[in-house]
Write a protein that binds this ligand. Structure first.
Ligand code: UDP
Ligand code: MG
Length: 314
């Protein structure tokens, strides 16, 4: 029989968390009103995570898993999970218990009321560094201003999705997957559930600053064309300044008898200024062109090394 509920948990070097995560999620699974599958997605872990997933699958057939052939990143791991799970209702949550599984029944209640997407919105992050809190806070607000769709602030990937939404996400061909954006893009009835984000149960953050920055840029570039326009604005700004400088130069040369102009300094300044504007513009262009390049290559999103527990084992 196909499960009614699927829980997707992406895992990258989470050996310290898997046991406790399974304990807490299985308590929730026992209380659900239908069959549940717990889909663990190994994102190229280098610790004992995969072995622990195999053991869990042996012990509890409700646990199914996918193992990607290398580390493809969190968004792709979740995408792989979405491709394979079979439930009518799908919930995505982190392995480090920052997304409390006890919230799932409340999310399902909203689903029963007719919402196809229920996303968890943080009202507070407990014990995360000020730098992460500040950058995340700023990023979600900038994104909200710039994005073409209304992407709710302070929401991660912890959410419930109806099968209809999962099928839609699966049918989207794009390689740059900013799931929270795609999720907002599809529409339907969406609702937030507020929660306090717990600290990590154990282990270090797997989202390094570099990965977070890449995710942020991806979100911006995938859902907004404003950065492209920014180069135009900077161009106009540079033009204005150069106009102003020409007037100054004319004034000094023609009207002031003792010209303070030495030339060099102003020329250097202008060169640096224009250089900066041009480099930034090229960089912004590059972000978009790089993405076009990614898309046209049409490589598969991930490679699978191992899969267990799905009937339609591919
Ligand atoms: N993760 C992953 N691949 C990665 C990085 C992270 O699958 O390359 C998983 C990780 O195991 C965890 C979730 O994504 O289940 C969130 O990671 P983390 O807790 O480090 O991020 P944060 O909670 O700080 O956003
Ligand atoms: Mg975390």
């Amino acid at each position: 029989m196909l499960p009614k509920y699927s829980f997707i948990v992406p895992i990258y070097n989470e050996e310290e968390n898997i046991e406790e995560m399974y304990r807490r999620i299985s308590q929730v699974m026992d209380r659900m009103d239908g069959e549940v599958e717990l889909c663990l997605v190994n994102d190229g872990s280098r610790d004992r995570s995969l072995q622990m997933m195999r053991d869990l699958h042996q012990k509890d057939p409700r646990v199914v898993y996918l193992s990607l052939a290398r580390n493809f990143g969190h968004q792709i791991a979740v995408t792989a999970g979405l491709n394979y799970v079979r439930g009518q209702v799908v919930v995505i949550l982190d392995a480090d218990l920052q997304d409390p599984p006890e919230l799932i029944p409340d999310m399902v209640e909203k689903w029963r009321q007719g919402y196809q997407i229920v996303y968890a919105q943080r009202i507070q992050r407990r014990k995360e560094g000020w730098f992460k809190r500040f950058t995340a806070y700023a990023f979600y607000r900038i994104l909200k201003q710039l994005a073409d769709v209304d992407i709710p602030t302070d929401t991660g990937d912890f959410c419930l999705l109806d099968r209809k939404v999962v099928d839609l996400l699966n049918s989207m061909p794009e390689r740059n997957r900013y799931i929270r954006g795609l999720r907002a893009w599809v529409g339907f009835n969406q609702i937030a559930i507020k929660f306090e984000r717990d600290p990590r149960f154990a282990g270090d953050v797997k989202y390094t600053f570099r990965k977070s920055l890449a995710l942020a840029i991806n979100g911006l570039v995938s859902f907004s064309k404003v950065p492209l326009r920014l180069s135009t604005y900077m161009g106009f700004f540079a033009a204005l300044i150069s106009l102003f400088m020409s007037v100054m130069v004319l004034y000094w040369r023609l009207i002031q008898p003792h010209s303070p102009l030495t030339g060099m300094a102003i020329i250097l300044m202008a060169i640096f200024f224009l250089g900066a504007v041009q480099l930034v513009s090229i960089g912004i262009l590059g972000e978009y062109i790089g993405r076009i390049y990614e898309e046209v290559k049409e490589r598969p999103l991930y490679t699978l090394a191992e899969i267990a527990g799905f009937h339609k084992d591919k």
